[in-house]
Ligand binder design. Structure first.
Ligand code: ZN
Ligand code: FE
Length: 264
């Protein structure tokens, strides 16, 4: 008999953040990724009749971590977070919580995820990859049709982080921190207007948003075909930027700069 898959529920909070609820039906283990707010998580857990064992945090920003103090008080859940972020997340208890870094393997019920360090948006940013579930939780590093802003890192670091995620199996489902796909896609079309896969994805994205549905999860394979931030080596994108002979990092940095100034 096939083993039941890990359940992943999408919970929209604030204007455009996504919180993800994880549940391993084999062991009853329950987790949440990036709870920016506690109340919607507690309400959903009540509906589902579940407790909470684990809080997975990709980075310290308040829109991802703000719910932690109340969630841990109300549920006793323990936090899994980057070693580099321990000092700047309120309410971390070194004795109870788990600090992680590159390559760490962590048990979740009788499943396992791996930690990938993905600096660029912040210096402590990590992503969580569940190889057995083909699922990736990548916070504000990779977005559908875009990537996170460079608040604390360099273009070199972000390009290395994105390259690491791009090398995961193409069927990997990508659960990112925000619903930015529509505006990301409008920018993507300015630098890659003739990409038929991007145009088709945008039609789907417009339909989903009209119906009030998330555009997440995307997949690594779809992002490789449609996300310009994963393809600075693409001749069509280079031509659009007039950067045929530049390095991949230079093209990536220019894409990021243009996106920062883009009002679509
Ligand atoms: Zn952030
Ligand atoms: Fe964020």
């Amino acid at each position: 008999m096939r083993r039941p898959v890990m359940q992943i529920d999408i919970l929209p909070v604030f204007d455009d953040n996504y919180v993800y609820l994880l549940f391993d039906p084999d062991t009853g283990t329950s987790g949440v990724v990036d709870p920016g707010a506690a109340e919607p998580v507690l309400a959903r857990l009540r509906d589902l009749g579940r407790g909470l064992d684990w809080i997975l945090l990709t980075h310290h920003h308040a829109d991802h971590s703000g719910g932690i103090p109340v969630l841990r008080r109300e549920t006793g859940a323990r936090v899994i977070l980057a070693k580099k972020d321990v000092e700047r997340v309120p309410g971390i208890d070194i004795a109870l919580d788990i600090e992680v870094g590159e390559g760490d393997r962590v048990e979740f019920g009788d499943r396992e995820f791996r930690v990938l360090e993905t600096p660029g948006h912040t210096r402590g940013h990590v992503a969580f990859w569940f190889p057995g579930e083909a699922a990736l939780f990548c916070g504000d590093t990779l977005f559908s049709l875009g990537c996170g802003r460079l608040f604390e890192g360099t273009a070199e670091q972000m390009w290395a982080s994105l390259s690491k995620l791009a090398a995961l199996p193409p069927e990997t489902r990508v659960y990112c921190g925000h619903e930015y796909t529509l505006s990301n896609g409008r920018f993507a079309l300015t630098v890659d207007p003739d990409n038929p896969r991007l145009r088709a994805r945008m039609e789907e994205v417009e339909r989903l948003r009209r119906e009030g549905l998330p555009t997440i999860p995307t997949t690594i394979g779809l992002e490789l075909e449609t996300n310009p931030f994963l393809r600075p080596f693409d001749p069509a994108i280079r031509r659009a930027l007039g950067m045929e002979t530049a390095s991949d990092v230079e093209v990536f940095a220019e894409l990021r700069r243009r996106k920062d100034g883009f009002r679509g």
